[in-house]
Structure formats: structure tokens, C-alpha cells
Design a protein around this ligand. Structure first.
Ligand SMILES: Cc1cc2nc3c(=O)[nH]c(=O)nc-3n(C[C@H](O)[C@H](O)[C@H](O)COP(=O)(O)OP(=O)(O)OC[C@H]3O[C@@H](n4cnc5c(N)ncnc54)[C@H](O)[C@@H]3O)c2cc1C
Length: 644
């Protein structure tokens, strides 16, 4: 293909071997430690204060390192993680319903459509049990059963109930736990907190990550911050689609700047489309709202059997309804994984059986559950979600079924990291949604919070110590030529954005980019569509640099300037996503290529050719270099995924 070149394969040289259940323990033991007295001499920058970054910064500071923490919100506790609703997985087996570390490992590898690393996923499943203990100790108010034990519920892709939750606001409660731990360390002087600061460049000195260039978003001041190691916990890039369930501020800039400096970007095309979101209602929208997957515990998904049936849902008799997930996937029913449920919704809508004014919607109906359990029980479990739905749509979900449709939600791709969560730039570690590590081609519900906290509380503090102990570094000042050059790049870029002085808003470019991506790199991709998208993205990017209008200046608060920088990076990422999607001539998880499907419309993997992680190296412009990391499956053998 003329759009990229292929380089040498890449190996995860830090991955341990031996029996999978002993790998993390042995690896941890073999890693070097930093003596407590030496920790306070070492500085670690952590970009991001969501569940990944917040937990990492608090833990590292607790251990005695000097931590500098950054976020672009006005408070660390407003990171996007606060939006997480439904829950967090852990293999506690409190229900005695057959769960185990091995089953969580198995479900996750299978759920990811055999495109993740077994070693990483096993570690995640092991650590999951510690996370719950840690959070309970912090006072996170998980839901409890009558007897006082922690309650659990089901999420997609699992037949056990392993999801711990705090009503429909699990992310908020978990983040408050991490935030309190972080605040404590801020109070003790171990964490230097820099809210409203945006990282705009990575500083690499002698091939190691040694700092970042940040802009104070209130004063416009640019500064260079140095450290012994840098941790990116900057979240996902779903907002490349403009409309997504992510918070409006979520962006790729921190990761993309690191990519341009040498960090490989892995599997950028793996995007999660969540099946249960409030449908798009018109052109005015700038964001979409998730209705948590937890609702599929009790809600039943259906459409009318007949095309174009526009009767009110309660007027459609039972035998004229198609509970299509229960029909097609009797074993998992409404709790099939997200990629499967999303595609099924698209299919019934494509058949002309979608509901609502646009025909792009399906029902999520609680009538049976309300009859069975009573309204009070439903209110206790999902009250805040029902209220949110009613506020947005004006419809009462206790009386009429919700209308839902798939929307962009999460990105499995991210910066490539080895088993130690270190990127291809030594000293640059990447955690949480910003890395690609554990979910393969499709993340199971309630596993993002698990991964972010596993990385931040339990994995990184060990692996980072090993790096710091193994690599004593000279102190580097912001006056180092490479740091000065990084800062100059930031200043020139800001000046360039302001100088265009065109006639089109940043948002209009972002919205158009999102339309291109949704149409050609969204729920279904094809060779022709992706090639078209690449041409359109390139043309739009060129137009952006000629016509974008960024009012104001760089000397103070300027939201257009912030957005312009982020959208400029989204353009480059979008192109890489399309190239990645084009080169992967198979369907797997969230990556569905129209040309590669089974006779009954399921994703058709090609393990012979594509059982690898695609790690892309930035090559200065239009032709990225592909490095393949082969995936080996010793414990969960790849099969055609079936939830029937
Ligand atoms: C509506 C919704 C509901 C969800 N519900 C669930 C759920 O129930 N269970 C589940 O497991 N997952 C859920 N998810 C997914 C989950 O919330 C996220 O994947 C996870 O919270 C990401 O955490 P993070 O710490 O990696 O990043 P984030 O929480 O996105 O934090 C990113 C941080 O990086 C900072 N940052 C980014 N770029 C820069 C920069 N350039 N300079 C400075 N700072 C920067 C931000 O300020 C922020 O502090 C949900 C997602 C959404 C959208």
C-alpha cells in the first residue's frame, strides 16, 4: 500500500514468560527497587488526574517521590473519569457464581477478539481484586446488599456478576477516592498540582523523556518542566469523531505530541462504539450522552418486527416486537459485548425497523423489570440515569421505553507500551485509556476503570521504580538545547495558529472531520470508504491551515486557541486511524470491515495475517512506518467469537 511503509517487527522485551499466573509476581520480584531515602530526590511528571493519573500520582507521592501533576481542568477531580457510570470489574467471586481470575482473564481476551496480550490481561485480572479493597479502604461508597456485602451486577461479555458499582456514578466515587489520596499528598507537599495547565510538547533529551512544555491556560505563560521520568495518563481520543460520549475537553494532544517525538501509536483504528447512547437529535449537538451498559441488566432491547411501524411503543403488542439480541444471542441476550450489540442495532435500523424521528434508534425497555421488581428497586439501581434521560429527552423512561443508538465511546488504541507500561521512548510511561495495552479490539464494559486503577495504583509504581533504579540520570535544566527547541516549537505553533486569521471556526472544521470519520471509519469501514476519507481529511487539513480563525491572542485564556491546537492534532491522528483501518484487512472487535464478515454478519478475523499489534512510527508526514508485534495465545485459543 502506498500509504505506509513496513519496518522491523517490534517485540515486548519486558514480557515475562513461564506459567501465566506466576508472571507478574516473578517479574515484580525481579525488578529493582528505589531505596525510600533516594525517592525524594527523584521527580516524576504525571500528566492527567483521571483515575489512571490521579491514582498514580497519589501512590508515587505516597511512596516518597516528588510528583508534578498536570491537568487542563480547573480541578483534578473534574477529569473525564468522573463521568463513568456503570461500574468496575473485579474477579472477587462474591456471588459464588463461578467467577475467578482465570475467568476474567478468559472473558477479556475473548471479548477483545484475540487482539490483546495474554500476560497483560492476566495481570489485570489478578490486580482487579486489590483495587476493590483499596477503594473500600478509601471509603468509596460501593453499593451493598442487604447483608452488608458489596453488591455486584452484570456487564456485557460475561455470564457472571462481577461489576462493582456506586449507583450510576461509579467513576465519580472512585475518582473522589483517588482525589482525596492525591489531595492528601498535595497537602503534605509531595505533589505539586498544576491545574489548568496543558501539556503541548514532550521534552526528549539523549533519547529519554525528561520533561514537558506546558501552557498556563489562564495566563498564557509557557514553561518547561523537567523530571526524571514522564507519565502520560491523558485519556482517550474518541473526540476525533466530534460527537462522542467523552467529555468535550478529551483530546489526543499529549499522546500525539509524544508520538511525533518517537512513541509508537498502537492500533489507532480500534474504536469502541457503545450501543446504548441517546440518539443524535440534530446538527446543533456538540456531545452525546451515554446510557450506561448496566441498564442492559434489566432493560430489554427491541424494535418492531415490521418495517416502518410508527405506533407508540406501548401500542405494539408483544408478538409484534423483535427482542433481537435475545433472539440472535440466546446465551448472552441483552448482555452481549458492545461491538456485537452496536452492530446488531445498526443492522435492524438499516433494515428500516429503527424507531424515533430519525429511524436511528432502538428501544431499551424496563416495563418487565418494573413489573417484576417494582419501580422502587429500579429507581435505587438506576435512578440518576433515568433522571438524566428524562432531562435530555423530555420522556419518562419509567413510562415509555428509552430510545438508544450506538455512539463513539472509548478508544482501545493508544500509545504502544511494553509490559512495564513504558513507551518506545525510554522514561515515557503511558497508563489508562491513553495506552493501548489490555483490551485488544474491543473493551468489555466496566474494564476501563479497572485498567486505569490497576495501572495507577499497582502496576506503574513497581515498573517505574525499576526504570528509575536502573537508569540513574544526570539533572537536566530547561536551558538544555533540546528543551529549548521543544519550547520554541510550541511557541511557533501557537503563533502559526493565531496568524492564519481566516474565516472559518475551529468547531466547524472539527465537526466536518467528525462526519468524515463517522461515515468512513465508524461502525463499518471499507477499502473504498477509507481511501476516500484519507483524501478528504488531507484536503480539510490543508484548508484548516489556510482558513481557520482563532480570535484573540495567546497571552491569556483563549478557548479557541486551545481547541485549534487539539483539532490540528486530531487531523493527523484521523489519517493514521484510517491508514490503520485500511491495512487491517479483517474484522475484529470494534474494527468492522464490510468486506470481511461471516455469512451471518459477524466479524471475520484473519489470524494468519493479522494476529498482531500494529505499532505505528511517526515518519515526519504522510507515510508512517508499521512495526508488527506478534501476539501469541497459549491459554485462550483463538476461535470465532460466539455469544449465541
Ligand atoms: C460517559 C462515560 C461513561 C463511562 N462509564 C464507564 C464505566 O462505568 N466503567 C468503566 O470501566 N469505564 C467507563 N467509561 C470509560 C472510562 O471512564 C474511561 O476510559 C476512563 O475514565 C479514562 O481514565 P483515564 O484516567 O485514562 O483518563 P481521563 O479520566 O480521561 O483523564 C485524562 C486526564 O488527562 C488530562 N490531560 C489530557 N491531556 C492533557 C494535556 N495535554 N495536558 C494536561 N493534562 C491533560 C486531563 O486533564 C485529565 O485529567 C466511561 C466513559 C464515558 C465517556
Amino acid at each position: 500500500m502506498d500509504l505506509y511503509t513496513e519496518g522491523d517487527p517490534i517485540a515486548d522485551t519486558r514480557a515475562p514468560d513461564g506459567p501465566v499466573e506466576t508472571r507478574w509476581d516473578r517479574h515484580r520480584f525481579e525488578m529493582k527497587l528505589v531505596n525510600p531515602a533516594n525517592r525524594r530526590k527523584l521527580t516524576v511528571i504525571v500528566v492527567g488526574t483521571g483515575l489512571a493519573g490521579g491514582s498514580a500520582a497519589a501512590t508515587l507521592a505516597e511512596q516518597g517521590y516528588h510528583v508534578k501533576s498536570y491537568c487542563y481542568q480547573d480541578s483534578p477531580r473534574r477529569a473525564h473519569s468522573i463521568a463513568a457510570q456503570g461500574g468496575i470489574n473485579a474477579a472477587k467471586n462474591y456471588r459464588n457464581d463461578g467467577d475467578s481470575v482465570h475467568r476474567l482473564f478468559y472473558d477479556t481476551v475473548k471479548g477483545g477478539d484475540f487482539r490483546s496480550r495474554e500476560s497483560n490481561v492476566h495481570r489485570l485480572a489478578e490486580v482487579s481484586v486489590n483495587i476493590i479493597d483499596q477503594c473500600v479502604a478509601q471509603g468509596v461508597p460501593f453499593a451493598r446488599e442487604y447483608g452488608g456485602l458489596l453488591d455486584t451486577r452484570s456487564f456485557g461479555g460475561a455470564q457472571v456478576q462481577r461489576t462493582f458499582y456506586a449507583r450510576g456514578q461509579t467513576g465519580q466515587q472512585l475518582l473522589l477516592g483517588a482525589y482525596q489520596a492525591l489531595e492528601r499528598q498535595i497537602g503534605l507537599g509531595n505533589v505539586e498540582m498544576n491545574a489548568r495547565h496543558e501539556m503541548l510538547e514532550l521534552v526528549v533529551v539523549d533519547d529519554r523523556a525528561r520533561g514537558i512544555v506546558v501552557r498556563d491556560m489562564v495566563t498564557g505563560e509557557i514553561s518547561t518542566e523537567m523530571a526524571d521520568a514522564v507519565v502520560l495518563a491523558s485519556g482517550g481520543y474518541g473526540n476525533v469523531f466530534y460527537l462522542s460520549t467523552n467529555a468535550k475537553g478529551c483530546n489526543v494532544t499529549a499522546a500525539w505530541r509524544a508520538h511525533r517525538k518517537g512513541a509508537y501509536f498502537a492500533n489507532p483504528c480500534y474504536t469502541q462504539i457503545h450501543p446504548t447512547c441517546i440518539p443524535v437529535s440534530g446538527d446543533h449537538q456538540s456531545k452525546l450522552t451515554l446510557m450506561s451498559e448496566s441498564l442492559r441488566n434489566d432493560g430489554r432491547v427491541w424494535v418492531p418486527k415490521a418495517k416502518g411501524d410508527d405506533r407508540a411503543p406501548r401500542d405494539i403488542p408483544e408478538d409484534e416486537r423483535d427482542y433481537y439480541l435475545e433472539r440472535i444471542y440466546p446465551s448472552f441476550g441483552n448482555l452481549v459485548p458492545r461491538d456485537i450489540a452496536s452492530r446488531a442495532a445498526k443492522n435492524v435500523c438499516d433494515e428500516g425497523r429503527g424507531v424515533g424521528p430519525t429511524g436511528l434508534g432502538v428501544y431499551l425497555d424496563f416495563a418487565d423489570a418494573i413489573d417484576r421488581l417494582g419501580r422502587k428497586a429500579i429507581e435505587a439501581k438506576y435512578g440518576n440515569l433515568f433522571e438524566m434521560y428524562e432531562r435530555i429527552t423530555g420522556e419518562d423512561p419509567y413510562e415509555a421505553p428509552m430510545r438508544i443508538y450506538p455512539a463513539v465511546h472509548y478508544t482501545m488504541g493508544g500509545l504502544w507500551v511494553d509490559y512495564d507500561l513504558q513507551s518506545t521512548i525510554p522514561g515515557l510511561f503511558v497508563i489508562g485509556e491513553a495506552n493501548f495495552s489490555d483490551h485488544g479490539a474491543n473493551r468489555l464494559g466496566a474494564s476501563a476503570l479497572m485498567q486505569g486503577l490497576a495501572d495507577g495504583y499497582f502496576v506503574l509504581p513497581n515498573t517505574l521504580a525499576n526504570y528509575l533504579a536502573s537508569n540513574p540520570l544526570e539533572k537536566v535544566e530547561p536551558s538544555h538545547p533540546q528543551a529549548v527547541a521543544a519550547r520554541r516549537d510550541v511557541e511557533e505553533r501557537i503563533a502559526r495558529l493565531l496568524a492564519v486569521n481566516g474565516d472559518r471556526t475551529v468547531d466547524s472544521f472539527h465537526r466536518r472531520l467528525g462526519q468524515i470519520m463517522w461515515e468512513h471509519c465508524g461502525m463499518e469501514r471499507t477499502d473504498a470508504g477509507l481511501r476516500k476519507a484519507i483524501d478528504e481529511i488531507r484536503a480539510l487539513r490543508e484548508e484548516f491551515w489556510q482558513r481557520v480563525r482563532v480570535p484573540g491572542d495567546g497571552e491569556g485564556l483563549n478557548q479557541s486557541l486551545e481547541k485549534a491546537g487539539r483539532v490540528a492534532d486530531f487531523f493527523e491522528l484521523a489519517e493514521l486511524m484510517c491508514v490503520d483501518a485500511l491495512h487491517r484487512e479483517e474484522s475484529c472487535g470494534g474494527h468492522f470491515r464490510g468486506e470481511y464478515q461471516t455469512p451471518d454478519g459477524e466479524a471475520q478475523r484473519d489470524d494468519e495475517r493479522f494476529a498482531y499489534v500494529a505499532a505505528w512510527e511517526y515518519a515526519g508526514g504522510d507515510r508512517p512506518v508499521l512495526h508488527k508485534e506478534d501476539l501469541k495465545f497459549e491459554y485462550v485459543h483463538p476461535t470465532q467469537r460466539s455469544y449465541k
